[in-house]
Design a protein around this ligand. Structure first.
Ligand SMILES: Nc1ncnc2c1ncn2[C@@H]1O[C@H](COP(=O)(O)OP(=O)(O)OP(=O)(O)O)[C@@H](O)[C@H]1O
Length: 502
């Protein structure tokens, strides 16, 4: 995956630094210095003068008009995102941080072209230039005003889509464009302006990624001063939490889990490459846009996102996704933000997708299921907790490298992505009865249909016909016993191998 950093280098554009140290969380209200600090999260020296930039944009528009058909060999990963929602929304009222909107912002008559996908690697390059020019531009902005908006004038606000600790999300219709959007509200005076501005900036900054929710440009405040808000694309389906809950603790299956993780890990790898940690990864913050095939999945909620190495205060709140080091922390203890927190949460989400439930309530030795896992991990108990039995060796390795209390041993998002893309995650389950029939039963009509092999032939000839029921039962039990023994042996050898590796 090409990171923004690499793109910046390739294009010889000086990259906006994201290195300004952030204050410890839970500060007082905004002072002018703090306001500057938040905006300096994206600060950098603009390398293009205004006139150069105008010339550059004209060049892009010219190239866009002459684009070639898409090269079929081009990797789908590098395909710029096709906008479904931005095209109809007038740029002045709702501009999203997508690559398309900005380049066309001055060409209202061409808005119908926005949905045309970029068609060549040249277009792909153009798209990244557009995206970067946006960041360079943002680096030069000192303070974007929070505009007062009469909500009822601009939007028809409908039902509540969700609530969180910091605010609530409502479905709304943008009156002018008739577009459905989601508005994220932050009640005042409970919400500090710094927190609102930070969340908006991270959401907006990250939204060009195809697996991150789109945030439209603009920070707003309701005209009655009761809330800050910003606007996002609306997810018409559900969060991953709802999708998993709908399976009645069966999980969404290996194939769908792989699809979800390909998207989520792409987003998290992108964030980690930018030295940002999400810090609030959970099934509720993964949005599924299509009902059936998990082909459009996006990460949302950047309220706790911070740069790596930022010092934050631990809040009194533990959830299923919290890593062991967080569960051991006392309120107001200071912590240093680390990417490994996200990796732990991803390990939990992986288990949750596959099994339809969480491995434990809290990653603390006071919680028995977690204690059992830790005992196995530390080889103090050779018995793998039963709930992990269905997983393949590679999937177990993924758990060992994400749900380990030794946070330095945790994998990177890239390691996780590779493992999930390539490996089988569940042990292949043998059905002893079927094997038994395949082996011995050739002619009996009572044979189940699965008794035939894939090419329609039976494994052994018509030597003896169907055996007596008692004999069948005996052989079936024997086969089950062999299967269980083999599984146990595989687990033991896996433990011996990992002991040797360490
Ligand atoms: N764009 C959207 N479209 C549809 N539903 C959404 C959208 N964004 C969020 N939601 C729903 O609203 C819920 C809460 O949103 P979000 O996580 O952003 O709020 P929060 O206050 O930051 O929550 P948290 O307590 O996790 O920090 C989500 O779990 C999701 O179900």
């Amino acid at each position: 995956m090409e990171t923004l950093g690499r793109v910046w280098n390739r294009l010889s554009i000086r990259r906006p630094t994201i290195a300004t140290p952030e204050p410890v969380e839970e500060e007082d209200d905004m002072t002018p210095e703090k306001t500057r600090e938040v905006f300096q999260m994206f600060n950098g020296t603009p390398t293009r003068r205004k006139s150069e930039s105008a010339h550059h944009h004209r060049a892009i528009l010219n190239q866009m008009e002459n684009h070639q058909p898409r090269n079929s060999t081009q990797s789908p990963k590098r395909q710029p995102r096709i906008s479904e929602s931005s095209m109809d929304i007038p740029g002045s009222s709702l501009r999203r941080n997508s690559t398309e909107t900005h380049v066309f912002a001055n060409r209202a008559h061409l808005h119908s072209d926005i949905n045309v996908p970029a068609c060549s690697s040249e277009d792909d390059r153009i798209s990244t230039i557009r995206r970067n020019s946006l960041f360079v531009k943002r680096g030069s902005v000192t303070m974007e005003p929070i505009k007062k908006v009469d909500l009822e004038e601009v939007y028809t606000v409908n039902k509540q889509l969700g609530t969180g600790r910091f605010g609530y999300i409502k479905l709304a219709e943008h009156k002018q464009s008739k577009h459905r959007i989601a508005i994220k509200f932050f009640p005042r005076p409970q919400t500090k302006q710094t927190d609102f501005v930070r969340e908006y900036n991270y959401s907006f900054f990250l939204s060009p990624h195809q697996n991150i929710i789109d945030t439209y440009e603009g920070m707003f405040q309701s005209s009655d001063d009761t809330a800050y808000f910003f606007v996002q694309e609306f997810c018409p389906r559900a969060s991953l939490r709802e999708a998993v809950e709908a399976t009645n603790q069966a999980g969404i299956g290996e194939a769908n889990t792989k699809k979800v993780f390909a998207a989520v890990l792409s987003a998290i790898e992108f964030m980690h490459d930018e030295n940002l940690v999400h810090r609030n990864l959970k099934a509720e913050n993964i949005l599924i846009f299509d009902a059936n095939d998990y082909s459009k999945v996006k990460v949302t909620d950047f309220g706790l996102t911070r740069k790596v190495d930022t010092t934050v205060k631990y809040l009194e709140y533990v959830n299923n996704y919290h890593a062991a080091e967080l569960c051991d922390t006392v309120v107001n203890e200071k912590l240093v933000v680390n990417k490994s927190t996200d990796i732990w949460a991803l390990g939990i989400i992986f288990f949750y997708c596959m099994k339809g439930k969480f491995p434990w309530q809290k990653a603390s030795i006071m919680c028995k299921p977690y204690w059992e896992w830790e005992q196995w991990l530390k080889r103090k108990n050779p018995a793998l907790p039963k709930k992990f039995n269905p997983f393949s060796e590679k999937a177990l390795k993924l758990f060992k490298k994400s749900l380990t209390p030794r946070f330095k041993d945790r994998w990177s998002a890239k390691d996780m992505r590779k493992c999930l893309a390539k490996e089988k995650l569940l042990k292949s389950v043998k059905k002893p009865d079927e094997d038994y029939y395949v082996m011995i039963d050739t002619s009996t009509k009572s044979r189940p249909s699965a008794a035939s092999t894939s090419n329609g032939e039976n494994q052994e000839g018509a030597a003896g016909g169907a055996p007596a029921t008692g004999e069948r039962k005996q052989k079936s039990t024997l086969q089950q016993w062999i299967s269980t023994t083999l599984t146990a042996m595989a687990e033991i050898s896996e433990q011996v191998v990992s002991a040797r590796d360490d």
